[in-house]
Design a protein around this ligand. Structure first.
Ligand SMILES: C[S@@+](CC[C@H](N)C(=O)[O-])C[C@H]1O[C@@H](n2cnc3c(N)ncnc32)[C@H](O)[C@@H]1O
Length: 584
């Protein structure tokens, strides 16, 4: 058991599970069934195993069950990305060059396009290759990358084709139209969905494997599944898809049964629904879990579809003109971050109760739909607190204004538009203009600091310094940056490989929560969040920071086992000194 009371596996047992037990998609259901069988057998044979032995089997099955359920959510978005990245690399001939044994140097990689030699964008190609390194497709040799030695990789690069031009990117919007009774597909859209449905691979039957690297079919399934699930979410259908719910094509679309069959075909191949007879499917346990928990993480990755749709252009000419539209992302982010905000708001309440700290200004930056404020408003009302919401993008503020009009955000909440979190002046000026003292104001930021683009360690320190000098109490969540070593060792136990990829692609800067040893593979990680904030003068309040689960499901004595995400809690030095130094 871990100190937090979670069951752990032995390291070697996890590695055997990770590498040799196929557990993605429909294979996951087989593993869940095997766990149930094992648990029943252990209970039956308690006389032979002893009470502790039987309990150990039960706990081990519990860890495996969690790992399978995690992979059902984390693998599809990684595979969705991989399908796009490898598809474009094939188009540019990189797959064939890797297969031929060539070393690809991202700093000097030339391809022929329309008879002309073009130098690929070094930064963008390096980001792609780092992702492929994290997923076991290539190996690093000094500054260059070569094909990984496993036969699955060769099969993948030999057989994977560029994405056909007839496939819509993003397909989720077209699926959403199919599932929405108020909307009608154009004939081209209807044909495109049928083509997608027909490209679903058969369910995997081969159980043997000795590596967790995905098969070609698994890559294709991730690519197909993510948009179907997000289409269902956009049409507000995922909530009803609980275990045992029966589905007929007409339930998904009354007008277009062929399109609905295409969706069911993909869901069946992915192992989320089970076919009952020719016209009926039923949501199974894996699917129920996927529909409930998948849309948040899937949506966060899929928001970056402009980078996928223009992946070829970006490699050829850099990413200068591509930008993510946030209107689509704020819902996914709210889904994914609700629990984290609850932990941060709990910590703020505990801090206030423990220290007597009182505040009358609550700011949410990088606001999305204002989930952190909604929770604070629910707890504290608006009689004693003035609320402010800031964001760089109008789409997010517009979404928050709608929430305010619907009564979910306080009436007194004021919005600061075009506020870059990396340029604190705009928010601080707006607060002062509103007659508010920034000293002792509380600012909560959910996954927003990494949005400040292209920051160095030094410039990040300067940003924190402006907030600290203004006296702002800072609570922020950030997903913990993981090294490529960690990503390979944990395989499908996080979706961070993809998360890191899309953030790097768009120039956002993930950091570890606290300093980490220099990794063996890939570039060193950036300076930690805690290091940047403390160098800026902030005092870290460890007792009020909270963490989500760790990435390794086994004990690692003396070695880091980072949490997926951390809620940081920082107090300006001057305030800390007035509150008393026994607090850290
Ligand atoms: C990952 S979402 C998080 C939204 C919200 N905090 C949540 O967790 O639901 C990131 C938010 O940051 C906003 N954003 C992007 N770049 C920003 C920047 N440089 N400064 C402030 N906000 C930014 C986006 O518009 C979006 O609302």
């Amino acid at each position: 058991m871990s100190s937090a009371g979670f069951a752990y596996l032995d390291r070697r047992a996890f590695e055997i599970f990770r590498d040799t037990i196929a557990h993605l998609f429909s294979m996951g259901t087989r593993v869940l069934t095997a766990c149930e069988t094992l648990k029943s057998a252990a209970a039956e044979h308690e006389d032979l195993l002893g009470v502790e032995g039987a309990e150990n089997v039960r706990r081990a099955c519990e860890v495996v069950r969690r790992a399978v359920q995690t992979a059902a959510i984390t693998a599809p978005p990684d595979l969705w990305l991989m399908r796009h990245i490898l598809g474009v690399h094939q188009e540019l001939g990189l797959g064939a060059r890797l297969l031929a044994g060539e070393a690809i140097d991202p700093q000097d990689c030339r391809v022929r396009v329309d008879g002309e030699e073009v130098l690929l964008d070094a930064e963008q190609l390096a980001i792609d290759l780092d992702f492929l390194l994290a997923r076991g497709i290539v190996e690093q040799y000094d500054e260059t990358f070569r094909i990984a030695g496993h036969p699955r990789v060769a099969a993948l690069l030999e057989q994977l084709n560029p994405i056909p031009g007839s496939h819509p990117i993003p397909a989720a919007m077209v699926w959403a139209k199919l599932f929405d009774a108020q909307k009608t597909l154009t004939p081209e859209e209807a044909r495109a969905l049928e083509t997608l449905g027909a490209s679903a691979p058969p369910r995997r039957v081969e159980v043997a494997q000795n590596h967790w690297i995905p098969t070609l079919d698994e890559v294709q399934l991730g690519y197909l599944l993510v948009p179907v699930v997000l289409g269902l979410r956009a049409a507000r259908r995922t909530k009803e898809l609980r275990e045992g719910v029966a589905l007929r094509p007409g339930d998904l679309s009354a007008d277009n049964k062929e399109g609905a069959r295409a969706a069911l075909n993909i869901l069946e191949s992915a192992g989320w629904v089970t076919r009952v007879d020719d016209a009926r499917w039923s949501v199974n346990a894996l699917g129920a879990r996927g529909f409930a928990r998948g849309p948040g993480p899937f949506g966060i990755i899929q928001t970056y579809h402009p980078y996928m749709a223009q992946a070829r252009e970006i490699l050829l000419h850099g990413r200068s003109n591509v930008w993510v539209r946030r209107g689509e992302n704020v819902g996914a982010s709210q889904d994914a971050n609700r629990k984290t905000f609850r932990l941060a708001n709990d910590a703020l309440d505990r801090f206030a109760a423990d220290t007597g700290f009182a505040y009358d200004v609550f700011i949410e930056h990088a606001i999305g739909r204002g989930e952190a404020t909604r929770q604070r408003f629910e707890r504290s009302g608006e009689d004693t607190i003035r609320y402010f919401g800031a964001d760089l993008e109008d789409a997010a503020i517009d979404a928050a204004v709608l929430e305010q009009q619907a009564g979910r955000l306080p009436k007194n909440m004021e919005f600061v538009r075009q506020a870059d979190i990396g340029k604190p002046g705009r928010l601080l000026d707006a607060l002062r203009a509103a007659g508010v003292s920034t000293q002792g104001a509380v600012m909560l930021v959910g996954n927003g600091f990494h949005e400040a683009r292209d920051q160095t360690d030094a410039s990040m320190v300067e940003i924190f310094k402006e907030y600290q000098d203004a006296g702002i109490v800072l609570l922020f969540t950030e997903e913990n940056a993981l090294s490529i070593d960690d990503l390979r060792a944990t395989a499908w136990n996080t979706y961070h490989a993809g998360f890191k990829y899309v953030h790097e692609k768009s120039g956002q800067c993930l950091r570890p929560a606290s300093p980490r040893p220099t990794p063996r593979l890939g570039a060193p990680l950036r300076a930690a969040w805690s290091e940047c904030a403390t160098r800026a003068g902030y005092v870290r309040m460890d007792a009020y920071a909270t963490r989500t689960r760790t990435i390794y499901p086994y004990a690692r004595p003396g070695r880091p086992n980072p949490s997926i995400s951390v809620n940081h809690f920082f107090v300006p030095r001057a305030l800390f000194e007035t509150l008393g130094s026994g607090l850290t």
